[in-house]
Design a protein around this ligand. Structure first.
Ligand code: HEM
Length: 440
């Protein structure tokens, strides 16, 4: 939009709703206010008291620490309490992290990546403007960016902000249990991403959850160059935050509300040690189909609504025993795939170590060959009959999703997940740039 670049003397830009800018021009004593007609990238929406750096020229570990401290101070100013429907730290951290993810998921053929550019008017990006600059619970990362914007590119800043909220969310885990590993992003962080002012081509590049593992393959494996194991590791970010009808049209936390402010391997434990059934046409919208928790531990009023997308569960499960038909909530029930669950023996370490001994919500875990009772606690008491194996999505003893082995490993061994996650994060945030290490 030319009006943005030509906004010179007597002209001020301010963030309007989502990606549209308010342009205020003063000529003599005449003031004229207009709204940009095309969307403007976050570069224009994040105010900077001086000239915004397009590429970071040099950066030290202390610079990284200063940015982290400011982001974490914002995060820590929010209440740490969670109810089944409200968890401000989870929502804010989720938004900041999703921004980074939506930024780097548009990488393809050398174009895009973590360049700080997303179209905030795109339906896929609803809800991101809030934690970026309009204020979610009254705060946004723009409050911190203005202190660094003259030397640090927005593209680098968004990656550091995401790392800061993951680290803060990880601290809730390590403070509760000192045997859990801390996470260190700084030692492998590299700077030098150039902020892009426009990225119209990004439209349609974000994976559509309805498209299940085909979407994961296209975006993560083919465009971003990750292995299936790394794609599965990266998706563990869904441990934080939730989906909201007002944003994406989907609805719920990926685990209990309380767990959703903790950066841990709960996502993987939830995939394999809980039972999930299709929820078709979420809030009456036929375009939105997801999975909801249906096992003995499901407790929407007490724990919050727990959900998964096709793109999450497809990593481990398929519709059929042979693994040729990818998971799809919209058609699952009619294809006799009414419940995804895996046998308890596959997650025995996970249930003891991370789920307080619970499998599908129950501490009374049926014996290893008692599939009927296992199915009953995972899928519902009505499915305890001999012929009910027909409702399983694939074989619970041998799920055939393309990343099943990784999901199983990450559920049972959090350190294994953290290792692969860090490598996947480095690739995802580095694609398309040549970067430099921080100076000490
Ligand atoms: C196949 C890939 C992915 C799909 C289909 C997907 C889809 C979604 C959807 C539909 C939501 C709900 C948004 C809302 O209603 O507010 C969401 C939330 C979220 N996504 Fe993803 N996502 C994917 C990958 C990623 C990646 C790679 C990241 C990495 C940083 C990420 C981070 C998040 C976070 C943190 C949230 C929670 C947002 C909040 O609480 O505000 N996602 N995702």
């Amino acid at each position: 939009d030319d009006s943005l670049e030509t906004c010179g003397a007597g002209c001020t830009l301010s963030a309007g709703s989502r990606g549209l800018l308010q342009i205020e021009k003063t000529m003599g004593n005449q003031k004229e206010t207009t709204t940009s007609t095309t969307w403007a990238s976050p570069y224009y929406m994040m105010t900077c008291p001086g000239t915004q750096a397009m590429t970071t020229q040099s950066m030290t570990e202390a610079d990284y620490d200063n940015i982290t401290a400011e982001i974490q101070a914002l995060y820590n100013s929010l209440p740490s309490t969670c109810t089944p429907t409200e968890c401000p730290q989870a929502d804010w951290a989720g938004c900041v992290l999703r921004m980074a993810g939506h930024d780097f998921m548009d990488y393809k053929d050398g174009q895009g990546g973590a360049d700080g550019c997303v179209d905030l008017t795109d339906a896929d990006n609803l809800g991101l403007a809030e934690c970026l600059f309009t204020g979610e619970f009254g705060i946004s990362i723009a409050d911190a960016y203005q202190h660094f914007c003259q030397s640090v590119s927005l593209a680098d800043f968004l990656v550091i902000a995401a790392e800061a909220v993951m680290s803060a969310s990880r601290q809730h885990v390590t403070l509760e249990d000192s045997s859990r590993s801390t996470i260190d992003f700084k030692s492998s962080f590299k700077f030098g991403r150039t902020t892009a002012k426009t990225c119209e081509w990004a439209h349609g590049r974000l994976p559509n959850p309805e498209n299940s593992c085909s979407a994961v393959q296209e975006t993560f494996v083919e465009s971003m160059g990750l292995t299936w194991g790394q794609a599965a590791a990266l998706m563990g970010v869904h441990t934080l935050g939730r989906a909201q009808i007002a944003n994406s049209g989907y609805n719920g936390w990926w685990s209990s509300a309380l767990m959703s402010r903790k950066f841990n391997n709960d996502y993987y434990v939830s995939i394999l040690a809980k039972g999930w059934g299709p929820e078709v046409a979420v809030a009456g919208n036929a375009q939105k189909n997801q999975w909801k928790r249906v096992d003995a531990g499901a407790n929407e009023t007490g724990l919050g609504k727990e959900m998964m997308l096709n793109t999450d569960l497809c990593l481990a499960f398929t519709m059929d025993d042979a693994g040729t038909v990818e998971l799809d909530a919209a058609t699952a029930a009619s294809a006799e795939c009414k419940c995804t669950w895996g046998v308890p023996v596959a997650v025995s370490t996970a249930t003891t170590k991370y789920e307080e001994g619970r499998f599908c919500g129950s501490t009374n875990i049926p014996g290893s060959s008692n599939f009927r009772q296992q199915r009953a606690i995972c899928c519902g008491e009505e499915f305890d009959g001999r012929s009910d194996a027909a409702i399983d999505c694939g074989l619970p003893i041998d799920p055939k999703g393309p990343a099943y082995e990784s999901i199983k490993k990450f559920a049972n061994n959090e350190d294994a997940w953290l290792r692969v996650f860090k490598a996947a994060w480095r690739t995802a945030t580095g694609n398309g740039f040549s970067l430099r290490r921080l100076r000490s």
